[in-house]
Write a protein that binds this ligand. Structure first.
Ligand SMILES: *Cc1c(COP(=O)(O)O)cnc(C)c1O
Length: 364
């Protein structure tokens, strides 16, 4: 019996253990300690951001982004329905209303052409989500946001290492967020980062994430804040991960290229990469011709010991967000035909060949 090939597995074979042991040996295990600061500094450097603020996970990073911008009850935030649930939940946390926009069939990102009709007098912000690591069209989004006086937020959870014309995602907006969940390109187990280029926003985010503690005054809190801090242990793992991030990214890009080449003649299609874009290839995904074929292929791969994941289900179909008659044809079409293939940096050649052979055998 061959072993199961998981859809994802983090590579923790660098300095992770050494740095975590340092936390234990020195007893710096909470949210103070050298790794928190170093991780934030290295992260801001890597992602070309002025300020990086570490937090407990990617979901609270989004919550803080919206809080810091003052988005709240009565406001509408435009967001794709084709995203992970956290993007939309964060909008709900602050009492604002998500307004769903459809995506482009090729890149699977927000279709900017569809934004104008969604505007109302209550629209406050757009949340761009770089799905699976392909950047949204941030130039057009910036233009649209400026023209209509909207905040722009980027959910970069899947897009660490993604660039538009050489500029790292997350630097095109007021505030951007990252996730370091176990299957993200850089992981801390659970963790997240908020980045911004604006010093006032940095201050606000730090204030909010640390219980609203007033600077220079002990146990005095001047706003209702949150405990959204990252631990030194998580930051230690994150720092070790960052040391090898370039390798993770280039390995993922190789995997994606190889999958595309080896599967090119099959009735499968891929996310189309736009010009001037560096895709981060968080998860390599394929679309089958029909939902039935997708399900059959997934079943076949499971039997062959290969784990896959369906693409995200449209959020506008979920009970708490079900928006009556709302039709997002591209989202619906892509989401039910797609799946993620194993795409982790430590995958061996032979594992990759096993996945490709199994897919080819399905279509024989
Ligand atoms: C992973 C992810 C998040 C949030 O992640 P957590 O760290 O699990 O809270 C948010 N948005 C998107 C698009 C994601 O993929």
């Amino acid at each position: 019996m061959q072993s199961m090939i998981p859809v994802y597995q983090p590579d923790l074979s660098g300095n992770e253990k050494k740095y975590v042991n340092e936390c234990l040996d020195t007893s710096w295990i909470s949210s103070k300690g050298r790794f928190v600061t170093e991780f934030e500094q290295c992260f801001s450097h890597f992602t070309q951001s002025k300020y990086a603020i570490s937090v407990a996970n990617g979901t609270v990073a989004l919550h803080l982004a919206l809080l810091a911008l003052g988005v709240g009850p009565g406001d509408e935030v435009i967001v794709p329905s084709f995203t992970y649930i956290a993007s939309v939940n964060a909008i709900q946390y602050v009492g604002a209303t998500p307004v769903f926009v459809d995506i482009e069939a090729g890149s699977w990102q927000i279709d900017v052409e569809l934004l104008a009709p969604l505007l109302t007098k209550n629209t406050r912000a757009i949340m761009a989500v770089h799905m699976y690591g392909h950047p949204c069209d941030m130039v057009l989004l910036q233009q649209f946001a400026r023209q209509n006086k909207l905040f722009l937020i980027e959910d970069c959870a899947e897009a660490f290492g993604a660039y538009l014309a050489g500029q790292h995602v997350g630097t095109f907006s007021d505030i951007a967020t990252y996730s370091f969940f176990g299957n993200k390109t850089v992981t801390t187990g659970e963790g997240g980062m908020v980045v911004t280029q604006q010093p006032e926003l940095e201050k606000k985010i730090r204030h909010l994430k640390g219980q609203g503690l007033m600077a220079g005054r002990e146990y005095w809190h001047d706003i209702v804040g949150y405990n959204y801090r990252m631990t030194n242990i998580c930051a230690a793992i994150g720092l070790a991960q960052l040391e090898r991030a370039e390798m993770f990214l280039s390995r993922k890009a190789d995997l994606a290229l190889y999958y595309q080449k080896q599967l090119a003649d099959l009735p499968l299609s891929f996310q189309q990469v736009k010009p001037n874009v560096t895709h981060s290839w968080w998860m390599f995904s394929v679309l089958a011709d029909t939902p039935e074929q997708r399900d059959d292929l997934r079943h076949h791969l499971t039997i062959e010991g290969i784990e896959t994941r369906p693409l995200f289900n449209p959020v506008h179909k979920m009970p708490m967000y079900a928006a009556g008659e709302l039709e997002l044809p591209v989202t619906d079409n892509i989401s039910c035909r797609g799946m993620n293939l194993p795409s982790w940096p430590g995958m061996s050649e032979s594992m990759l060949m096993r996945v490709i052979d199994a897919i080819r055998n399905f279509y024989l």
